[in-house]
Design a protein around this ligand. Structure first.
Ligand SMILES: CC(C)(COP(=O)(O)OP(=O)(O)OC[C@H]1O[C@@H](n2cnc3c(N)ncnc32)[C@H](O)[C@@H]1OP(=O)(O)O)[C@@H](O)C(=O)NCCC(=O)NCCS
Length: 160
């Protein structure tokens, strides 16, 4: 499929060439040291006033994706205590296929810190991945009283 099309211009003018892939930045390889924990496709209802996907929507998906690996250790309730870092490297667009990769960076007494990376396949450039977001979040295991509770650390970390 062609990634370019002719946009209508003024009568008699040479048509402009428009990149319709929506790709931005060079394609990258997917990480091999992190686990695929979530895939999702944003819809028009998730847009901001620019027509790109609302940053808060992306943050919510990252929060969900980041909780997947800690859930294996916590075995119960947990809460997000901190977003340590959050970088929107490229805009997310309607119809992108988003892949969320995560890895446990640290297991503390009651908390687990996770690195999350998000890659987009643009609607018209599938199979080419662009890193759109990276983040670090910390989750705390909590008891029925809502207070932190200790996490049982595994003797051996599970394979990535
Ligand atoms: C999560 C919560 C129970 C923690 O209670 P707390 O009394 O602040 O807990 P503590 O100070 O004992 O810290 C608990 C753990 O969190 C870690 N932590 C606390 N604040 C942190 C921060 N700003 N950044 C990173 N880690 C932090 C501590 O280092 C500790 O980890 P460790 O036991 O592995 O060393 C409490 O802060 C809370 O209920 N927060 C609201 C959670 C929530 O609603 N999240 C959704 C937001 S939309």
């Amino acid at each position: 499929m062609s990634s370019e099309s002719s946009a209508p211009g003024p009568a008699g003018a040479t048509p402009q060439t428009v990149n319709t892939t929506g790709a931005s930045g060079p394609p990258v390889s997917l990480p091999t040291d992190k686990e695929l924990v979530l895939k999702v496709i944003p819809m028009p209802a998730d847009c901001n006033a620019n027509g790109d996907i609302f940053g808060g929507w992306v943050m919510a998906q990252v929060d969900l994706a980041g909780s997947v690996l800690p859930a294996r250790y916590v075995n119960g309730r947990m809460a997000t205590v901190a977003v340590n870092q959050f970088i929107f490297k490229q805009p997310v667009r309607v119809g992108d296929i988003l892949s969320f990769f995560a890895v446990v960076a640290r297991i503390g007494n009651t908390s687990i810190t996770v690195q999350v990376e998000v890659y987009a396949e643009r609607f018209r450039a599938q199979g080419r991945y662009i890193k759109v977001t990276e983040a670090s979040l910390t989750y705390v295991a909590i008891g029925d009283d809502g207070k932190p509770r200790p996490i049982e650390k595994p003797a051996v970390m599970p394979p990535r």
